[in-house]
Design a protein around this ligand. Structure first.
Ligand code: HEM
Length: 383
């Protein structure tokens, strides 16, 4: 998306570039000067897969959890998805949404993606009941969970992400406003990503090989043909106790993770991407403790792999709580089948993980992320 084409759009195709008054007349003069970089700022909306899943992480996200007012009427769901598609097709390309009252805010997409997923409740209508993927059920109870209902499962999720908070806020508004009589927003989870999490750790290093996305991330349509090209999302909200973490010394922090804080290298290596050697010992003691997060989380079988997109959150503590922070991780994991790929790892971490001393899961939900649209999101579900 170039500035000229955006301006052309905002001015009805007159192409005011070079006329001087053009940019000021539509209120985009500031943005024009602020955007001299050549980095591509748009992600495709149409295609085999939704953008924002295997896309390199954007810096800001807002996961919006909504419930349907009338889940028994699948036509309403279809029209919501059509409406979102129409707006997303424009907004992701730097064009205003359909009933955009602030069209000037749409001009800087900053790698905007709008990815939509369905929770179990979206399949409540008789027309859709048989189309729910078998894995789209609540995760088992884990002993470490202290789940709060306010962060629980919703009928729909919209993951809005981009590199610019103003664009994000504007887009979120356009997702919610047109559907406000037919849905209820249960929660929004705003997060940011800068390579490290709030414990200071380099986060997001070990990921499935991109050449295996078709096998490990994308649905092949074998169980539910309409899901081909989609995936599943496990979204966990995990509180991180900054007070107790800060009282631990640096060496203790590195042992609990099995990696250095300096550059995220495994304790048996020197670079972030070095493979950890879990069998290495020093004086008979494992260099990477068996109870460390990476030793426990590391896959024990080939299927135990998923794409992690860890976003941090940091919101004001509840007034009067006396807490010094309300921070943590919005842990998003994408995989073809959460029951087979995600749950065994989560179970192992629940059974034991040194990190559990400072982290507490407080929210949990699972979604079927729709295949990428050719015409509109969810088209194969209603075909
Ligand atoms: C690795 C942090 C929760 C699964 C890591 C790493 C960090 C980290 C810093 C090492 C760098 C990397 O490979 O990204 C955290 C924090 C968590 C958390 C702070 C909670 C607040 C989880 C959860 C799961 C998980 C809930 C899945 C159930 C993994 C996996 C790895 C990993 C699979 C890679 C292990 C390997 O093969 O080396 N995590 N994590 N993490 N984490 Fe977490």
């Amino acid at each position: 998306m170039t500035r000229v084409s955006r301006r052309t759009l905002l001015t009805g195709g007159i192409g005011l570039a070079g006329i001087g008054v053009g940019a000021a007349a539509v209120g985009v003069g500031h943005e024009v000067s602020a955007s001299t970089t050549d980095a591509p700022s748009t992600l495709p909306f149409f295609g085999e897969h939704q953008s924002g899943i295997t896309t390199p992480m954007q810096s800001h996200v807002n996961f919006i959890g909504l419930d349907l007012v009338d889940p028994a009427d699948h036509r309403v769901l279809q029209s919501i998805l059509r409406m979102w598609s129409q707006d997303a097709a424009n907004l992701t390309q730097g064009r205003p949404g359909f009933s955009d009252t602030e069209p000037e805010l749409a001009g800087d997409p900053s790698r905007l993606s709008i990815a939509v997923g369905l929770g179990p409740g979206a399949f409540a209508s008789p027309a859709l009941a048989s189309r729910r993927p078998g894995w789209l059920t609540p995760l088992p109870d884990f002993a470490i969970d202290r789940l709060r209902p306010e962060w629980g499962q919703t009928d729909l999720v919209v993951a809005v992400a981009c590199d610019e908070p103003m664009t994000l806020a504007h887009t979120v508004r356009l997702v919610i406003a047109p559907v406000r009589t037919r849905t209820r927003v249960r929660w929004m989870q705003q997060g940011f990503h800068h390579g490290r999490n709030l414990f200071g750790q380099v986060d997001g290093t070990v990921q499935p090989d991109a050449r295996r996305y078709d096998d490990l991330v994308w649905n092949d349509g074998r169980e539910q043909p309409w899901m081909a090209g989609g995936t599943s999302l496990v979204l966990r909200r995990i509180a991180m106790n900054m007070d107790t973490w800060e009282s631990l010394d640096r060496h203790g922090r590195e042992l609990s993770m099995g990696r250095t804080l300096d550059n995220g290298a495994p304790l048996t290596g020197s670079h972030e991407t070095d493979d950890p050697v879990f069998t290495a010992t020093s004086g008979g003691i494992p260099v990477i403790p068996e109870s460390s997060h990476i030793a426990r989380a590391h896959r024990r079988t080939d299927r135990e792999q998923f794409l992690r997109r860890p976003y941090s959150y940091d919101v004001p503590p509840s007034p009067g709580s006396g807490d010094t922070s309300d921070s943590g991780l919005i842990f998003a994991a994408y995989q073809r089948d959460p029951v087979v790929q995600y749950v065994p790892v989560q179970q192992r971490l629940s059974d034991h993980d040194a990190l559990n001393e400072w982290t507490t899961p407080i929210g949990s939900a699972v979604y079927a992320m729709l295949p990428g649209p050719r015409e509109y999101l969810g088209e194969t579900l209603f075909a």
